[in-house]
Design a protein around this ligand. Structure first.
Ligand code: COA
Length: 334
């Protein structure tokens, strides 16, 4: 029987080596939405902090995910042939099967080599769930180099007549390259879910059909109870951040940046107030993108890296929540 120390020696460490992102092509400002649904620019800005979002016209989730993955690989100087694991967080896959991860594998030209590829669905917490799974795979040496992607084309599930949902969401993708590397830098995770029997946020899959009966399928749209979600979100973000602070045995003073899921500027501001935290320690790009669900945290990371805000040696916390309800966080020493 091996002792714990021996087992720990088998565990591999890893680092994030590159960040990438992709925007959908079509920019839709609040003013344009006023033409489509009963809303106005002032209400959207005041109640959500959103000024615009990118909406896909002909790109699907795997297209945006592949673009973000290529961007992350280019910025990491890692050859795509080194990738042996692709995990995609999405609740808006191109199709029921194959997974978006398999489609991205093909779009990257990696279908001829040994890669494990699959999707996870934890709604807006999805990227944090995927990062934790990828880290575990690398730690136990099942893979050496992972593409962790959050990609969404939420617009295909929006009812453009429902002003309580369609104004919030946007399309996009973000990705990181995670590679085994000897390091003392830590990466710690927290994730939780709660079966949501009230369906506070939900989008239905097609119903089971009786054989041979011709039924027309109703389109499925996202439904959301905004104020219930809002109250839950503040509690969940705070609780997830607290969980990784305790795991890492650090205080908020040790943290350089919080990168939260971008769902509503008021949710992020409320969490800042709970920690008496300066807002400049918290990255916000919701004004430009809206809520891109599983893509929001990796898009924010990639933008921060591109702008030189993130640097090696910093300690950051990622935090998010979503339908399920799910909530999750990560503490990362870059
Ligand atoms: N434009 C104009 N008016 C709108 C509107 C819109 N897009 N949406 C709602 N309203 C109106 C409502 O009809 C209501 O009018 P009334 O007072 O005359 O009845 C009023 O604005 C307030 O509505 P309410 O739903 O209470 O607003 P809110 O302040 O809770 O904001 C959300 C709504 C959706 C922006 C907010 O609840 C939210 O962001 N929730 C969290 C959502 C979230 O995080 N989702 C993603 C999960 S990952």
């Amino acid at each position: 029987m091996k002792n714990l120390e021996e087992w720990v020696r088998y565990m591999k460490t890893c680092k994030i080596k590159g960040f990438g992102y992709a925007k959908a092509k079509r920019l839709v400002k609040n003013e344009e939405l006023q033409q489509v649904v009963d809303t106005n620019d002032e209400w959207i800005k005041q109640r959500t902090g959103i000024h615009q979002r990118y909406i896909s016209e002909d790109e699907n989730t795997s297209d945006l995910g592949a673009k973000a993955a290529i961007d992350a690989l280019n910025k990491s100087n890692i050859k795509k042939e080194e990738v042996d694991f692709i995990i995609v967080a999405t609740f808006t896959p191109d199709q029921m099967t194959p997974s978006t991860a398999c489609l991205i594998q093909e779009k990257l030209g990696l279908n001829g080599q040994q890669v494990m590829a699959f999707d996870v669905n934890a709604a807006c917490s999805g990227f944090l769930y995927a990062l934790q799974v990828a880290h575990s795979m690398l730690a136990c040496d099942q893979a050496k180099c992972a593409l962790v992607i959050g990609a969404e084309v939420i617009s295909k599930q929006l009812n453009w007549q429902d002003r309580s949902t369609c104004i919030i969401f946007g399309d996009g993708a973000g990705a990181v390259v995670l590679k085994q590397e000897e390091t003392t830098n830590r990466m710690l995770h927290y994730a939780c879910s709660k079966g949501d029997i009230d369906g506070v946020i939900h989008s239905d899959a097609p119903l089971p059909r009786t054989c041979f009966t011709a039924q027309s399928l109703q389109p499925s749209y996202i439904h959301m109870d905004g104020s219930k979600t809002f109250r839950f979100a503040i509690w969940a973000m705070h609780s997830a951040i607290q969980a990784v602070l305790e795991k890492a045995n650090v205080s908020m003073d040790d943290i350089d940046y919080i990168v939260p899921h971008q769902a509503n500027a008021r949710i992020i501001q409320s969490v800042c107030r709970m920690y008496e935290m300066k807002e400049d320690k918290v990255y916000m790009n919701i004004a430009q993108y809206g809520n891109t669900s599983a893509a929001s945290v990796p898009i924010a990371l990639a933008e921060m890296w591109e702008q030189g805000i993130l640097k090696e040696g910093q300690n950051i916390i990622l935090a998010g929540f979503g339908a399920g309800f799910t909530w999750a966080s990560a503490y990362i020493e870059l």
